[in-house]
Design a protein around this ligand. Structure first.
Ligand SMILES: [Fe+2]
Ligand SMILES: [Fe+2]
Length: 335
């Protein structure tokens, strides 16, 4: 079975029930609501999402497909090195930003790569994220306080969940935290760097308020980066007084934040669930599986990012640290 770039586009269009761009006229018409621009009005930094094929010849043959959350130069190099023909990225891409400062047409053509993006057009297709977090929503608002994208779900816990500890244990099991802990421990030992930190462990599921044995029945599942604030919380609690637990996922707040203070005042549990770094499991794995189901003879891989924080004094080899000192001390200063 031979697959082409156009077959992957059709697959993504089927997966999203028709949300992808099929032709250039499809975006120029302005009729596709998933062609969205994201901007904080910083000059030149806006991005417009084009759900579907961003770069590549529709008639190009493909055998191997990589699914990734955020495209980087490391991903493009890995794709080139492992014989990938097409990359499907969840988060929207911008030239140079997602390609190490290099133009897409040059870099992607060099490695014969097709590039797809599928972000807002993928959101809302499945109920997996509440399920992973142990509840079934009975109320959803995708524009809390009139803010588009300020999504909140209120859900009742699944039968297997009875307390705060169950929620944490469920998440840790699903994302295989124990394995990541071992990898981190080994990396710290091998690199002789106990200060090394890694996202999935450092920003893992965490209880801010409440004990493990505290009962949980009704959860308000919020995402602080969407603009959800204390006023929204008060309104939500007035409408759904049975809520006993606040669950923040994708992003989180830190101790001292007003949302935690409000939850404490009201005697609610406050839990942080999966961070954005876990979206590769939440959305990436189902997307990759759906591509595999639609193109059964293609080889589908996942590119998982692993971000580590290492002190400057412990990075790389002693030789490379000396190199850094020599170069910075000699050249990288005002003459
Ligand atoms: Fe997403
Ligand atoms: Fe995301």
């Amino acid at each position: 079975m031979t697959y082409y770039v156009k077959d992957l586009l059709n697959a993504l269009d089927d997966i999203t029930n028709g949300r992808c761009l099929k032709t250039s006229a499809d975006w120029s018409s302005g009729k596709n609501p998933f062609v969205v621009s994201k901007t904080s009005n910083i000059p030149g930094k806006a991005i417009t999402e084009l759900p579907g094929l961003v770069w590549g010849d529709p008639e190009k043959e493909i055998k191997k497909i990589a699914v990734i959350m955020t495209l980087t130069e490391s991903a493009i190099e890995l794709a080139g090195g492992t014989g990938v023909d097409a990359i499907v990225t969840h988060h929207p891409v911008a030239e140079a930003t997602n390609s190490g400062g290099v133009l897409f047409n040059v870099y992607l053509n060099l490695y014969n790569l097709a590039l797809f993006e599928l972000h807002e057009a993928f959101h809302g297709l499945h109920p997996g994220i509440p399920w992973l977090h142990g509840h079934k929503p009975y109320y959803t608002n995708i524009a809390v306080g009139g803010i588009q994208g300020c999504v909140v779900n209120v859900g009742e816990v699944l039968p297997e969940i009875s307390n705060v500890g169950d929620l944490i244990d469920r998440l840790n099991l699903l994302i295989n935290r124990a394995e990541d802990e071992k990898v981190l421990e080994m990396e710290r030992q091998i690199r002789n760097c106990p200060e090394l930190e890694e996202t999935s462990i450092k920003v893992g599921a965490k209880i801010y308020l409440g004990k493990r044995e505290n009962p949980v029945k009704h959860i308000a599942h919020i995402h602080p980066h969407t603009g959800f604030n204390v006023k929204h919380l008060e309104q939500l609690l007035a409408e759904h007084p049975k809520i006993d637990t606040i669950l923040a996922s994708i992003s989180r707040v830190y101790p001292g934040h007003e949302l935690i203070a409000k939850a404490e005042e009201l005697g609610l549990n406050f839990i942080c669930g999966n961070s954005h770094a876990m979206e590769i499991f939440e959305n990436g794995v189902p997307l990759a599986q759906a591509i595999q189901n639609h193109l059964p003879e293609a080889e589908v891989v996942i590119f998982r990012e692993r971000m580590a924080s290492i002190p400057l004094t412990a990075i790389g080899s002693p030789e490379i640290r000396a190199y850094g000192q020599n170069i910075a001390g000699t050249y990288l200063k005002r003459k």
